[in-house]
Design a protein around this ligand. Structure first.
Ligand SMILES: Cc1cc2nc3c(=O)[nH]c(=O)nc-3n(C[C@H](O)[C@H](O)[C@H](O)COP(=O)(O)O)c2cc1C
Length: 206
């Protein structure tokens, strides 16, 4: 492979796409393949969706990952008021994985809308807001604030908080509303982040 190697070395500065096209011309480039997926009303460019809490508010990772190439990401859980979170240590490695107790640290929904969302709007990726609270009213209030903001593709309602003191899970007596009444954004995706602990059955709201 004398010739291609020289050519590849010269083209290295043109980026990985060019080099890959030389080395594997028979393989279609990622841009040429439709990887899009539909979840409810939302279409994602591809099925890569970073999970809530593992990806901050997205911006912390912008120097490592091109956010525009993700299908989308789910924000760290957002509450009515900022939460400082658990004291260190928050992470502990175990032989079969790791334990974490972040304690729901977050900037609060208003700071998210004022400080993070305007920057996130510069990226072409689906931003899904993860929402949590201790009462039904908390969920409604957080979503009300988000409803007034621009740039979200959907909500994920966190109804499992295994690391808070109130007993392993945090489902309100009734499931949180899918959106506050009068919602201006019925097209937004709504998903649930459930606990791995089997919940007691939640009766649907009439
Ligand atoms: C460090 C850490 C923080 C997380 N924070 C949140 C959170 O704020 N809100 C939430 O709904 N889920 C949170 N999760 C749960 C993840 O979003 C995800 O549901 C969980 O990692 C299970 O994903 P898996 O089934 O692919 O392993 C967190 C997970 C980790 C590891």
């Amino acid at each position: 492979m004398g010739q291609p190697e020289i050519e590849t070395t010269e083209k290295l500065s043109e980026g990985p796409q060019t080099v890959r096209a030389i080395l594997f011309p028979e393989v279609s480039s990622a841009g040429a393949v439709d990887l899009s997926v539909k979840i409810g009303a939302l279409r994602l460019r591809n099925p890569i969706l970073a999970a809530s809490g593992t990806f901050g508010y997205g911006l912390e990772f912008a120097h490592l990952v091109d956010l525009n190439r993700l299908g989308g990401f789910v924000t760290k859980g957002l509450s009515r008021e900022p939460i400082e979170g658990a004291p260190a240590p928050r992470l502990y490695p175990t032989p079969s994985g790791m334990l974490n107790a972040v304690g729901l640290q977050n900037v609060g929904v208003r700071a998210f809308v004022a400080e993070k969302l305007p920057v996130l709007r510069n990226f072409d990726t689906a931003v899904i807001a993860n929402v949590f609270g201790y009462t039904l009213e908390d969920y409604v209030e957080v979503i009300r604030v988000l409803e007034d903001a621009e740039g979200l593709a959907g909500y994920e309602l966190n109804i499992s908080c295994p690391n808070v003191k109130k007993g392993g899970m945090q489902p309100p007596e009734k499931p949180p509303p899918s959106a506050p009444s009068g919602s201006s954004s019925p097209h937004l995706l709504q998903t649930l982040d459930l606990s791995p602990v089997p919940p007691r059955r939640l009766e649907p709201t009439p």
